[in-house]
Design a protein around this ligand. Structure first.
Ligand code: CAA
Length: 273
């Protein structure tokens, strides 16, 4: 069953028949068995689509967000998914945020590191603040968030870490030295952590979306989008957030345990690696 731990499902069925004796409840059973997924930046854009798709697949989902309270409240009202506000570029804020999510929903089984920002400008004009903000939010967050959940995943011998990088972390992009550096870092983070966790039932994968129809891409000047970007996309359109979400659900599944350290490109053919 999607979103459920098969071992626990079978155990519960056998308990009901009396074939195996009643037992002390595991922490997963205490929390109702559905796996818990935490999506950073999960209330808008690609993240909102991921949160909704995971919920539809049977997960208990928590969505974090940084600042847009109005969007988060609308998202919560529409989806019933609980929302939590913290800054993923702060290690301490992530520690406190994850603690709260786990107290509410149970231990995090699936972490989707999706939160990200852009501060696009040519490098010779880029400020230290623009550099630091993008590196800390788009790359530092992977340490800040994953470090909070990895020990629990190791102890329970199950985990899915799914990082959202970008086509521009693979190929580079004019005006995105900070963003491309961070997103390329996300790929290296994924491969190294995948090696370290492979024996322990934890997979770590990275998805590289192309240009997706979100506020982030809509912020690119129209003439740049029309002249420089769209002609590079063979399918001749922007992607939709749901097209990234379906990749996340695929990688999060209990039976995706042999897929680790992989880079999944979802970019309409813009860049093939
Ligand atoms: N390729 C080549 N040359 C470019 C260029 C490009 N994409 N963009 C600008 N230039 C040129 C300009 O024509 C200009 O040339 P001249 O001096 O000869 O006239 C020169 O570079 C400087 O231009 P600007 O002064 O406009 O440069 P700027 O510092 O203001 O930066 C920009 C412009 C912000 C980079 C703008 O071009 C832009 O927004 N580009 C799009 C960047 C982009 O694709 N971002 C992706 C956002 S979505 C996302 O990140 C999600 C994801 O994962 C895909």
């Amino acid at each position: 069953m999607p979103g459920l731990a098969p071992g626990i499902f079978i155990w519960k069925m056998l308990s009901k028949t009396g074939i195996i004796p009643a037992h002390k409840k595991t922490i997963r059973e205490e929390f109702d068995m559905a796996r818990v997924a935490l999506v950073t930046g999960g209330t808008r854009g690609i993240g909102a689509a991921i949160s909704k798709a995971l919920k539809a697949a049977g997960y208990k989902v928590a969505a974090s967000y940084a600042g847009n309270d109005a969007a988060a409240e609308t998202f919560k009202a529409e989806t019933g998914i609980p929302v939590y506000k913290w800054d993923v570029s702060s290690f301490d804020a992530c520690a406190a945020g994850v603690k709260k999510v786990e107290a509410d929903l149970g231990p995090v089984d699936v972490l989707v590191n999706n939160a990200g920002i852009t501060k696009d400008t040519a490098f010779h004009k880029m400020t230290l603040d623009q550099w630091n903000a993008v590196i800390n939010t788009n790359l530092g967050s992977l340490f800040n968030m994953t470090r909070q959940v990895i020990e629990g995943m190791r102890a329970r011998k199950f985990g899915r870490v799914i990082n959202i990088s970008s086509v521009n972390g693979q190929k580079g992009q004019f005006g995105q030295v900070n963003y491309s550096a961070a997103k390329a870092g996300d790929i290296g983070f994924t491969k190294s952590l995948a090696l370290e966790t492979a024996k322990g039932g934890i997979t770590v994968n990275v998805i590289c979306p192309g240009y997706i129809n979100t506020e982030m891409v809509q912020a690119v000047p129209k003439e740049v989008l029309d002249k420089n970007i769209l002609p590079q996309i063979p399918v001749n359109r922007l992607g939709e957030p749901e097209e990234i979400a379906r990749s996340v659900v695929f990688l999060a599944a209990d039976d995706a345990g042999f897929i680790t350290g992989s880079t999944l490109t979802v970019n309409g053919g813009q860049y093939m690696v």
